[in-house]
Design a protein around this ligand. Structure first.
Ligand SMILES: NC(=O)c1ccc[n+]([C@@H]2O[C@H](COP(=O)([O-])OP(=O)(O)OC[C@H]3O[C@@H](n4cnc5c(N)ncnc54)[C@H](OP(=O)(O)O)[C@@H]3O)[C@@H](O)[C@H]2O)c1
Length: 253
């Protein structure tokens, strides 16, 4: 059976992808920094779905680790890349530590682009494959109080749209998509130093809709689709205020 590579695949949204892909018969390669999380996911998934799970521990924000990962995966026949690992923050731009912002850019943008570039070529050579880049509803609006995170996701969505268009017009047989969820029940908010008590959706719902989708831009959930529709027609001067208000409330809850 062919493999799926899922970055950040041991917990949260990545784990939801891992479970669903294992249920659909894919063997998995999971990578993230926590050996404990990876080892538990490996054990649980192998026991439940009877598929093979390889794990590779390291920091995707570092380009030498990404080179090692690309070396590690060479023997495996991979059909799907889920470019999922990412994190957010909640600070005024002026207060956010520059090293944290650069780390976010290294992970949310550079790591995603590095693997996307590698796999686009690899899938093109083997005449087929699929890349799902995990972006966010945050990518459709400038986000005061989390400006760098929102900007990284705008980059991911824009890059995905353009590359998907090129893949289509050059008849490459490579499917490239962006998943743009609203708030999900994962550790994301704790890591970002925020909290949000309501509206959080099951990450499995988002992962399932992504895997079943044919569209380039995937917005899972009814309310999220409405929010996306509103963001498309609203002047940016207004949407930036709404996003800033929502982001500020998350910090205060
Ligand atoms: N949760 C939401 O509301 C939401 C909404 C929209 C989009 N998203 C996006 O969904 C994706 C997954 O987030 P999540 O919600 O599942 O959050 P999460 O539960 O915090 O999971 C993040 C995953 O990324 C991995 N990761 C973080 N830094 C890493 C690094 N430097 N190197 C390798 N792996 C790293 C984490 O593993 P380690 O810490 O062990 O490395 C973990 O597996 C992110 O791209 C996020 O922006 C989330």
């Amino acid at each position: 059976m062919s493999y799926a590579l899922i970055t950040g695949g041991a917990i949260g949204l990545g784990r939801a992808f891992s479970d669903l892909l294992a249920d659909r018969g894919y063997d998995l390669i999971l990578t993230s920094r926590s050996l404990d999380h990876l080892a538990s996911a490996q054990k649980e998934i192998q026991a439940k779905y009877r598929v093979k799970v390889q794990i590779f521990v390291g920091d995707l924000a570092k380009s030498d680790f990404r080179d090692k990962l690309i070396e590690f995966i060479k023997p495996y026949d991979i059909d799907i890349l889920i470019n999922n690992a990412g994190f957010g923050h909640n600070d005024l731009f002026i207060d956010a530590p520059l090293d944290k912002e650069f780390q976010m850019i290294d992970l949310n943008i550079k790591a995603l682009q590095h693997l996307m570039k590698h796999f686009y070529g690899y899938f093109k050579d083997k005449s087929g494959g699929r890349i799902i880049n995990v972006s966010s509803l945050a990518g459709f609006v400038p986000g005061a109080y989390a400006s760098t995170y929102y900007a990284t996701k705008a980059y991911v969505t824009s890059l995905t749209r353009a590359a998907a268009y090129e893949a289509k017009v050059t008849k490459s047989n490579v499917v490239i998509q962006a998943l743009c969820p609203g708030p999900l029940k994962t550790q994301f908010f704790e890591t970002a130093g925020t909290s949000i008590k309501f509206y959080k959706k099951d990450p499995k719902m988002a992962a399932r809709q992504a895997l079943d989708a044919k569209r380039v831009i995937i917005v899972p959930g009814f309310k999220e689709k409405i929010a996306h529709g509103l963001l498309k027609i609203m002047p940016t001067s207004l949407s930036v205020r709404f996003a800033g208000f929502g982001q500020k409330r998350k910090k205060n809850q």
